[in-house]
Design a protein around this ligand. Sequence first.
Ligand code: ADP
Ligand code: ASP
Ligand code: MG
Length: 447
Amino acid sequence: MTNLTIAKFGGTSVADHQAMLRCANIIKNDHSNRVVVVSASSGVTNYLVRLAQANVSSQEQAQLISNIKTIQLNISQHLENKAEINDEILTVLAGLTQLASAQAQQYNAQKTDAILACGEQMSSILFSDVLTSIGIASEYFDVREVMQTNSLYGKAVVDIEALKANCAANLQEKLINKVIVTQGFIGRDGLGHTTTLGRGGSDYSAALLAEALNADKLAIWTDVVGIFTTDPRITAQARAIPEISFGEAAEMATFGAKILHPATLIPAMRHNIPVFVGSSKEPEKGGTQIQQQVASNPTFRSIALRKEQTLVTVKSPAMLHASGFLAQVFSILAKHELSVDLITTSEISVALTFDNPAGSTQSLITNAVVKELEQLCEVSVEHGLSLVAVIGNNLHTTKGISRSIFDSIGDVNVRMICHGASANNFCFLVPEIEANSVVEQLHEALF
Ligand code: ADP
Ligand code: ASP
Ligand code: MG
């Protein structure tokens, strides 16, 4: 299909009927938009996350489901065929109530994903009808028909080849006559169970669909007018970036810029699909173009911040001039499926950082991990740290980078520094309580 855009709308963009109407008009104004990927309406996934926990009383359960119902029915009440749509929403909510009661009795990771998926299911039902209401022929499509994953509930891995084959067989043809509305964030494993791709995963779903359907463009519609020099919630000085390279934007996403799920740009880069990021509230203001080649490659492009980092230091005199120590440490971490983020070493000790994904309720570094590491070496675990990443170009070969950075942040205890492995980033750990002000000061100095 020629000139195909995949449009993804985030939670605030589909929060209520008015917001959905704005998005529907974006679709109407550009006929290349043939596939719409939606997140759950704003707030719904957070309620679902709570609902999926084991210690929820039946009273709280009823309250959470009622909150979700209110958000969704407030949207359907504006629709012409609201009786029919309400039935569909109430069916999802009935399933949800059943799942939640089973979960309260016994926590189950597979059921958690089935619970979390309800948000995207409902918003996509509603959005498809909003499109119809403004005269666009649209069709609801269950993305689980194509988004095949493994069974790693909560962070399932998509089978990209299967996705491509499934799209060719079950989806491609549908785009010719109708705008397809489908869900981000969710998939299905080989056992037929619903899975999820991790919080914020709808961006990644949309990118995967763009790749699988050979799209010409991926448009991520959100609540800000593009990618900014830093999170605009941290400083009002942050400004939108008109154009940014894949490499820089990928570093931003990886190092915590919530605007894009960290994996979003992987399929886009693999297939060289330009990505646009803009505001569904103010589409006329333009946004950010992310692509392979950009006109300017400034030394400093942006600052990203990732909170809730855990620093683990392992120390062993036996490491001095010895070989194989790091391999042993890493094999323990791999056994516990822990992914190391940053690493620095000295003669007899190694410092490693781990990212606690947003919303996780317990530390990744469990007592079992510590105990196993302690068989090898001394172990210390520190929490309450944030990772600040300065993103730019040629940072590893430009003189005076560290002076520009550290002169601007005052007397902060910089706990760890990583520089040199990437041309696009320079990052360091600081105490969480000082992180926002560090970013503010850095931003003031570098931009
Ligand atoms: P959506 O629900 O549309 O996926 P998100 O809340 O996940 O939206 O992402 C958008 C938010 O990302 C913005 O409101 C902003 O606060 C935050 N953000 C973090 N870093 C940046 C950045 N560098 N540029 C723009 N927004 C950013
Ligand atoms: N609804 C999911 C979440 O809130 C996925 C997404 O919005 O991208 O994490
Ligand atoms: Mg998001």
